[in-house]
Design a protein around this ligand. Structure first.
Ligand code: FDA
Length: 294
């Protein structure tokens, strides 16, 4: 059923797709996205901004993306908003030139530091994992205001976390959204969930700041259990959710006194991006369809 929904989506007129996706995507322009940040901030909720788009064809496009992020950082500071930025390294040239990508990411983290802000590196499909973690390591040599994402569905994650332990990274922990082969990823949601909880406890015990990125009430319950048992202070973690998803759960967590950050995607590429992601992972189409009828 999810697959059918995902395949028929390109047949749906764009304005209709736009109407439904507006709940999950904060428009096309920085102004629209920054307005969404402001309205969440007014309710005490933090944000992180993602300019939509992934693999690019040349470094000019990477530099263009970086310029857009620099503008965002300046606007966040000028408008006194509580928002970080989330970047995808393939959007900054990861697949074209590793060194150039590092340099571009370094420029963003440097500017963010001057503005007292923070850069989160999203994790993409498994073809990017090793290089993304290497770039994260390289950036940490000069900067502390940068964090990375790890995915509980990857078999390698527990080793990656152990290898990075001496850096006490600032992490976002998510289940993982790309479709990966079984040799390298867990498929059974029960195993993914157990791995999520296992890694979360390890990270919190080792002193890492963790963005607990999930909409799954069971993962939230487990996280709260660990936080209570280990007496983890609110300065050491936050919950993170995607714009428009499970807002009731978000508000319950926030009202209970936990910090919450919302991931806000926006950009001109929203249509191509949404269709591509739904084709890649039809499960998402099922989520969206379910949410429409809720
Ligand atoms: P699960 O998949 O079990 O979903 C629980 C419930 O949440 C579903 O039943 C559904 O109701 C709802 N839900 C989840 N996702 C939804 C969606 N997209 N639309 C509508 N409803 C949805 N992944 C990655 O690989 N790299 C990354 O960098 C990031 N970054 C990231 C940031 C933030 C803030 C979040 C919240 C998530 C990510 N992710 C990610 C995506 C994450 O891997 C993805 O959300 C998971 O596939 C869904 O996992 P849940 O923990 O929500 O559980």
């Amino acid at each position: 059923m999810d697959r059918v929904i995902a395949r028929t989506l390109p047949l749906v007129p764009k304005p209709i797709v736009r109407k439904f996706s507006s709940r999950y995507i904060a428009g096309e322009t920085p102004d629209e996205a920054l307005a969404t940040v402001a309205s969440l901030n007014a309710r005490g909720i933090r944000a992180t901004l993602d300019i939509l788009g992934e693999h690019i064809r040349n470094l000019d496009q990477a530099n263009q993306t970086a310029a857009e992020y620099l503008h965002l950082l300046d606007e966040i500071a000028r408008r006194k908003l509580d928002s970080t930025i989330s970047i995808k390294l393939s959007h900054l040239g990861l697949k074209i030139d590793l060194l150039a990508c590092l340099k571009i990411a370094d420029g963003l983290v440097r500017r963010a530091k001057e503005l007292n802000n923070f850069v989160r590196i999203d994790m993409e499909d498994s073809s990017c994992t090793t290089d993304t973690l290497q770039i994260y390591r390289d950036l940490r040599r000069d900067h502390s205001n940068v964090g990375v994402v790890i995915q509980a569905y990857l078999r390698r994650t527990v080793d990656d976390v152990a290898a990075l332990e001496e850096l006490t990274p600032n992490y976002r922990l998510c289940k993982g959204v790309y479709v990966e082969p079984a040799e390298i990823s867990y498929r059974d949601m029960r195993v993914i969930n157990r791995n999520y909880v296992y890694i979360l406890e390890k990270l919190l015990r080792s002193g890492s700041y963790v963005g607990i990125a999930t909409h799954d009430e069971l993962m939230v319950w487990e996280a709260l259990r660990i936080i209570r048992e280990l007496k983890i202070p609110p300065t050491a973690y936050e919950f993170q959710m995607l714009l428009g998803v499970e807002e009731q759960l978000r508000d319950v967590i926030h009202k209970a006194g936990h910090n919450v950050r919302i991931y806000i995607p926006f950009g001109r590429d929203w249509y191509a991006y949404s269709v591509r992601r739904l084709r890649e992972n039809p499960r998402l189409a099922g989520y969206v369809f379910k949410a429409m009828f809720k």
